[in-house]
Design a protein around this ligand. Structure first.
Ligand code: AMP
Ligand code: MG
Length: 417
């Protein structure tokens, strides 16, 4: 007898048993961190930028000197210096003091300005930058400004971007290429990220052969071993592919023990043999080594799914049918990986119109794989077990367990995979 749970109950069981409060982590080069999960909050140790920077090519000015300027009556200014990239000049507008010795003294009565490039350091005493496009060069280091600027124009001030003490990235964030840019700006060559879970993958079935073999009549290639390894990798795990095990309790017990002890797997997936027939050994094996949390989910496809705990490690029994195994991975195995990494799954969805009616009256929530074409969801049909169904899948829609079906044209929420 299967102790069947609803999908919501399954998620509750997963969260109850596998939510972590402490995480394993490792230090890696920031450049290698895209897709990894940040272990600790990143707090800035410094202001970025560390100085007031021009955002344009032009002239640093005192904004008040430009007030009233126009194309017909430009403000005439004296270019006293040029600021080189990577250099600063300390200026004082006729106000040099002992505490603040300046290396340059500028006659403040002369409408002074300094030439500056994008990213250059705006000297003290100047409060705006005029774009070069709004200036005209005269002889003798004089320029005319044809458009006034307000204080602060075209300057990023020290700490504008990030201030010292700011929380820049939160623990648990999945790092992106642009996050790496921010980390580089803050000087983080290395960061701590959550360790990837090692996901042991075992395929069971007397009829299975390796994908490099040509199956004889009655045999099939081990699709799940390869597909689940790819899924494990995609969702942040390290695949530990065990290969094929025959439908034999003792062999499976040994392999499972090996996966946990010698191969140090954090999550184990056993596909095939997850129903309650004589040939189905997964439930018995988990029970003999640990505890069975449930056997069966009120879902189609995917009913014969098992979850247990052996040595505190989650062990899934997944259905043998590849489409079902894949869907159960998407819906539930990912939840366990998220618990391990301390992340929340963000599923991308869209609203689509059904291109045909779907009936569903079997009392189980139905996961319907669909293809999305120009905003229209086309259910992928076919006898269960057809591998080619996998190729067309863009996502799935969920028909609730007590819904009799959906009519053509219904707006449905498609979850991308
Ligand atoms: P089972 O869950 O063991 O009853 O298997 C259900 C169906 O899935 C059977 O037709 C199996 O041959 C097939 N199957 C089981 N495991 C795999 C696998 N690793 N790759 C491809 N097909 C499989
Ligand atoms: Mg089997």
């Amino acid at each position: 007898m299967l102790n069947v749970l609803t999908p919501t109950e399954v998620i509750d069981v997963i969260n109850k048993h596998f939510t972590k409060t402490t995480f394993q982590y490792e230090k890696i080069f920031t450049v290698n961190s895209v897709g990894r999960i940040l272990h600790t909050d990143i707090i800035s140790n410094e202001d970025v930028p560390g100085f007031d920077r021009s955002t344009v090519d032009g002239y640093a000015v005192r904004a008040s000197d430009t007030f009233g300027s126009s194309e017909s009556i430009p403000a005439v200014m004296t270019v006293t210096h040029e600021i080189l990239m990577g250099k600063i000049i300390t200026t004082s507008l006729n106000k040099e003091t002992d505490e603040n010795p300046a290396n340059i003294t500028i006659d403040e009565n002369n409408n002074p300005c300094v030439a500056i490039s994008t990213g250059g350091a705006v000297p003290e005493g100047f409060d705006a930058v005029v774009m070069v496009e709004h200036t005209e060069s005269y002889s003798d280091n004089m320029i005319g400004i044809s458009k006034p600027v307000a204080p602060g124009n075209n300057i990023i001030f020290k700490g504008d971007d990030v201030s010292k003490g700011d929380l820049v990235l939160k623990a648990g964030a999945e790092l992106t290429v642009h996050d790496v840019g921010v980390l580089a700006a803050l000087g983080f060559e290395y960061i701590n990220v959550r360790k990837k879970p090692r996901i042991g993958i075992i395929s069971t079935g007397d009829e299975l052969v390796n994908i490099t073999d040509t199956p004889s009549d009655g045999e099939v290639r081990d699709v799940n071993g390869c597909m689940l390894a790819a899924a494990a990798k995609k969702y942040g795990g390290i695949e530990v592919s065990y290969g094929i095990v025959r439908d034999d309790e003792e062999s499976l017990i040994n392999v499972l023990k090996n996966c946990i002890k010698n191969l140090d797997c954090d999550i184990i997936l056993i596909s095939g043999g997850s129903s309650a027939g004589d040939k189905d050994k997964t439930a018995k094996v988990i029970e003999s080594l640990g505890e069975l949390l449930f056997h069966g989910i009120a879902i189609k496809p995917g009913k014969p799914t098992i979850l247990g705990i052996v040595n505190e490690k989650p062990v899934f029994g997944l259905p043998g049918h590849p489409v079902a195994a894949y869907m159960v991975f998407e819906l539930f195995v990912r939840e366990v990986i998220s618990c391990y990494l301390g992340t929340t799954i963000k599923r991308k969805t869209t609203i689509a119109k059904l291109n045909e009616a779907i009936s569903a009256n079997h009392g189980r929530e139905e996961i319907v794989p669909v293809k999305l074409v120009n905003g229209v969801a086309i259910p992928i049909k076919g006898k269960s077990g057809l591998i080619s169904k996998l190729i067309d899948i863009n996502g799935y829609i969920i028909i609730p367990r007590n819904c009799e079906g959906l009519s053509k044209g219904t707006e449905v929420e498609l979850v991308y995979v």
